[in-house]
Design a protein around this ligand. Structure first.
Ligand SMILES: Nc1ncnc2c1ncn2[C@@H]1O[C@H](COP(=O)(O)OP(=O)(O)OP(=O)(O)O)[C@@H](O)[C@H]1O
Length: 442
């Protein structure tokens, strides 16, 4: 993003927020960079960063989107000398190893738990209780935007709430590398080692970035071992399991696996709906004048991919848009406002693929699934495939019926309803559905 665009955003914000708000809160922001949907700004103090985040981030995102920038989140950092409250406390010259600030929004209270993330959440909760270290390291992994960073920040919050004197350091693998290289260059390796080994809890996010960076890995390995030996808690996140990170030394992989490895699964419909609902409750306090029509959240939970960041970005945009045009959030307004997001996350799954996957899963022949046999061995998988076809494609009931050997749309409707009922009553069916949905979304 260039400065011209930011200048346009500033001009628009001045118009919508008023001169006072603008000079107090917006003018002090210094745009740094835009990466992966996150626009980062320097702010003079954490207080300003938090305030802007809580009160104006939606408007900033809206204006950036309006200028064609793909921004879903804004982040505020305090340049290190000015850092009012570095994450690491009680460490001499904390500035040398200050990690990233802990995001005040990422708490356990704001984390919605569902089947795909319940294990990761439980493990994070356990670590956040502090006390004797039980599993070390805790290794959290999962796809983009599924809540790894959120859980790590939540652990940091909780640990610091319980024991304010604990030295908790959270940083990304890239920052670790940067600190390491700087220490090498400035010949301050002893300080680096000493400082890193003096933390009580070390959290390293996105450790897959260390792949192929041999000397950083080497140093990380020593830091890691020293902390584990000292019974200090380590929490690591990555986008995949330790064994699957290429170009990571074997000894590190095996070290990373020796604690508890838990993954965050892609979100399912229920979890997405829960997250949307909680965000709407939050927005309701900000946009008191806004109404949201029934069915909108369900629509979004069905149509938007598994990435929670995309889901949140869509909702933020929707609220900002509805508030600016002063209209109720209806399905129609949602489709208009989010047409690009909806298109991008349109699943291209076909009825045929669903039939194939389901018949493989239940080990029946495709021809039996589509054919007339009424035995439960065939009828149940058939209903499951009909249900998935209804949920995962845009096909109408008559169209689905045609693809299932020319069945009537009422048969499809009956099948879909039956599975909806069974999903609640029969956990095996619920698990099968989730497994199939995931396999089809891949
Ligand atoms: N279960 C959840 N409940 C509430 N919010 C969630 C949940 N999962 C993710 N989020 C939100 O989604 C956004 C993305 O989450 P986060 O940054 O933790 O993802 P990540 O797994 O670290 O992704 P990346 O791989 O890109 O680093 C955050 O705003 C986070 O608060």
């Amino acid at each position: 993003m260039n400065n011209d665009i930011w200048a346009k955003v500033l001009a628009a914000l001045k118009g919508t927020l008023g001169a006072n708000n603008f000079s107090n809160w917006i003018e002090p922001l210094e745009f740094l960079h835009l990466n992966g949907g996150v626009a980062t700004f320097n702010v003079p103090t954490n207080f300003i960063g938090n305030y802007v985040n809580q009160n104006f981030s939606d408007q900033i995102i809206y204006q950036l989107n309006k200028q064609g920038q793909d921004v879903q989140r804004v982040k505020f950092t305090v340049p290190s000398q000015a850092a009012a409250k570095p994450v690491v406390r009680k460490v001499a010259a904390a500035d040398d190893i200050a990690g990233s600030p802990i995001d005040a929004r990422f708490t356990f209270d704001n984390f919605i738990v569902g089947k795909p993330n319940e294990l990761a959440h439980a493990a994070a909760r356990r670590v956040a209780e502090g006390g004797p270290v039980t599993f070390n390291p805790l290794f959290l992994y999962g796809g983009v935007g599924l809540g790894k960073t959120h859980l790590m920040h939540a652990i940091a919050h909780e640990l610091q709430r319980r024991s304010p004197d604990l030295n908790v350091l959270y940083l990304s693998a890239e920052q670790f590398m940067y600190r390491f290289i700087t220490a090498l260059r400035e010949r301050k390796m002893m300080d680096f080692k000493q400082l890193f080994r003096s933390v009580d809890v070390l959290m390293v996010d996105d450790v897959q970035f260390m792949a192929g960076k041999d000397s950083t890995q080497e140093e990380f390995f020593h830091t890691f071992n020293a902390l584990i030996d000292g019974q200090k808690q380590i929490i690591i996140s990555a986008d995949r399991a330790p064994g699957e990170i290429k170009d990571l030394e074997e000894r590190i992989k095996s070290r990373l696996q020796c604690g508890l490895v838990v993954d965050l699964h892609p979100t399912d419909y229920e979890l997405r709906l829960g997250i949307l609902q909680s965000k709407v409750d939050y927005y309701a306090t900000q946009y008191t004048e806004l109404q949201i029509a029934p069915g909108v959240l369900e629509f979004l939970a069905h149509r938007i991919s598994t990435n929670v960041r995309v889901l949140e970005g869509a909702l933020t945009r929707l609220f900002a848009f509805a508030s600016l045009v002063g209209r109720e959030i209806t399905l129609e307004l949602t489709q208009d406002c989010l047409s690009d997001v909806l298109k991008a996350s349109d699943r291209k799954v076909t009825v045929e693929e669903i039939q194939r996957k389901v018949s493989e899963h239940y080990n029946i022949r495709l021809s039996d699934m589509i054919g007339p046999k009424r035995l439960r061995t065939y009828a149940r998988p058939r209903q499951i495939a009909m249900y998935l076809a209804k949920r995962m494609t845009n096909r109408s009931l008559p169209e689905i019926g045609r693809r299932f050997g020319g069945r009537d749309h009422t048969t499809v409707m009956h099948g879909v309803r039956r599975i909806e009922e069974l999903k609640v009553l029969d956990s095996q069916i619920a698990d099968d559905l989730e497994l199939l949905r995931r396999a089809l979304e891949e």
